[in-house]
Ligand binder design. Structure first.
Ligand SMILES: NC(=O)c1ccc[n+]([C@@H]2O[C@H](COP(=O)([O-])OP(=O)(O)OC[C@H]3O[C@@H](n4cnc5c(N)ncnc54)[C@H](O)[C@@H]3O)[C@@H](O)[C@H]2O)c1
Length: 427
């Protein structure tokens, strides 16, 4: 009986891995994740594989944590640090840093028993990797697994080796379609509620492009991207703005899909109608400059902020500038689909167990093992119907380890898998 969503994919990956890989006693898993139902499935699978719940340390993200999931993780006896909140907006990343430091303080307490431990850091956004105390790095074997590009960028000159799930071919090729679909569902609800005349989308990458494609047949859509190369294959009706300022002037609902602060305090001088700002990226990044103008205390940093100036119009920043597809529900994307992301993370943790010793003197970004990636997608395809999704590459290419290797970032470290497999037969 499973406690969390039963992911057959994760079960298959774990039972396959058990044939060649083992977990040493005293292996700690230290993690930041969105605490959603399928993250619970991931931890449950790791426990079934051999991680001890009291050796797992987790914190979540304030804007996505699901209360029931947090309670269930605690029931499993996992060490959970609850996400901090604040009465002042515009400070989300400091709150996350604080939570990561609390996690490391708990780990340090545990390390006082003097045992020889090894540590796997499973991160989402790079803050946990960034805040590893130096004395832990100096004394223990440690390796990271990072799932976001921003986390990889934050740890470019990392002090520990990191397996880059963020840059693996499958995550880059497959995940954006599902995220975009989840974002679209929420965006359509908002459009129905607010009925704006002109919509703006800043950032014409994976998520922004999907939004624009879906909305442009029904609405007037303005776009702006810092990179004009992105304007290829634009739907005809779309209006290109020459700057974010121009887009702001011409739109009443603006989606931020860049992963950076695109807002400017000068926008308040151009207030010609009520404006609704919606982030579809991560944290409170997209409209930070404007958020920081809000001086009033809030009940939570995830509250919608309304900025009033000496004007008849105001600016609303929905959910405190946090991405709208996270609403603290159990799922942000249908579990069958997002299993692939959890599967890739699980593959990253298994690879970390396997290469932790070998990787110790290489503080590099390591490629997520192409063979493991192929195993993940082959099995995932048995559980999903992907006919509604369009991916930039053919499926048969994604089943080819050479293709996966070419499209994945990070260096390749040869594993001892085969050797340990032989040893397991003869010993
Ligand atoms: N909401 C979610 O569930 C979710 C899930 C995964 C990732 N994300 C985050 O959403 C963001 C967008 O994801 P993506 O896959 O579309 O990324 P992407 O890199 O494909 O697209 C980002 C686009 O923004 C543009 N851009 C960057 N800075 C800009 C600026 N100052 N002004 C205008 N344009 C700018 C880039 O040129 C690029 O085209 C990322 O930060 C990503 O981490 C969100």
């Amino acid at each position: 009986m499973k406690y969390f969503f039963h992911s057959e994919l994760l079960d298959i990956l774990a039972s396959n891995e058990k044939q060649t890989n083992t977990i040493k006693d005293n292996t700690l898993l230290v993690s930041v994740q969105h605490l959603l139902e399928t993250t619970g499935s991931l931890f449950e699978t790791l426990i079934a594989f051999g991680f001890k719940p009291h050796d797992i340390f987790v914190t979540g993200k304030l804007y996505s944590n699901n209360k029931t999931v947090v309670a269930k993780l605690k029931d499993l006896k996992i060490n959970v640090v609850e996400s901090s909140d604040s009465n002042e907006v515009g400070d989300y990343y400091n709150l996350l840093r604080l939570d990561c430091e609390k996690v490391w303080a708990l780990v340090l307490e545990k390390l006082q028993d003097g045992k020889d431990v090894q540590i796997i850091v499973l991160d989402d956004g790079g803050m946990l990797l960034r805040t590893i105390p130096n004395n832990i790095i100096a004394r223990y074997k440690i390796i990271g697994v990072e799932q976001t590009t921003s986390g990889v960028v934050l740890n470019r000159s990392s002090r520990v080796p990191i397996i880059s799930v963020a840059e693996c071919a499958l995550k880059k090729i497959i995940e954006p379609s599902f995220i975009s679909q989840a974002v679209l569902l929420k965006a359509r609800q908002l459009l129905f509620n607010y009925r704006p005349d002109n919509i703006g989308v800043i950032g014409f990458g994976n998520i922004g492009r999907a939004l624009v494609k879906d909305l442009c047949s029904q609405y007037t859509v303005h776009i702006y991207d810092i990179d004009i190369e992105k304007y290829k294959e634009l739907p005809q009706s779309v209006i290109i703005s020459s700057s974010a300022d121009e887009l702001f002037k011409n739109c009443d609902m603006i989606f931020g899909a860049t992963g950076t602060d695109v807002s400017s305090v000068t926008w308040i001088n151009n207030l010609n109608s009520n404006k609704i700002l919606v982030s579809v990226s991560s944290g409170d990044k997209e409209f930070l400059s404007l958020l920081r103008l809000h001086r009033k205390r809030v009940a939570s940093v995830t509250d919608t902020i309304v900025l009033n100036f000496d004007s008849q119009f105001n600016i609303s920043i929905l959910q405190g500038g946090m991405p709208i597809n996270f609403d603290k529900g159990t799922h942000s994307v249908l579990p069958e689909f997002i299993q692939i992301t959890r599967g890739l993370l699980l593959a990253g943790v298994f690879q970390a167990l396997e290469i932790i010793e070998k990787a110790q003197n290489q503080n590099a970004l390591i490629m997520l093992d192409p063979d493991r990636q192929v195993f993940v997608i082959k099995n995932w395809l048995n559980f999903v119907n992907i006919s509604k999704f369009a991916f930039p590459f053919q499926l048969k290419e994604m089943l080819n380890p050479d293709f996966i290797k070419t499209h994945s970032g990070g260096i390749k470290i040869k594993s001892n898998n085969f050797l340990s497999f032989l040893l397991s037969i003869f010993l």
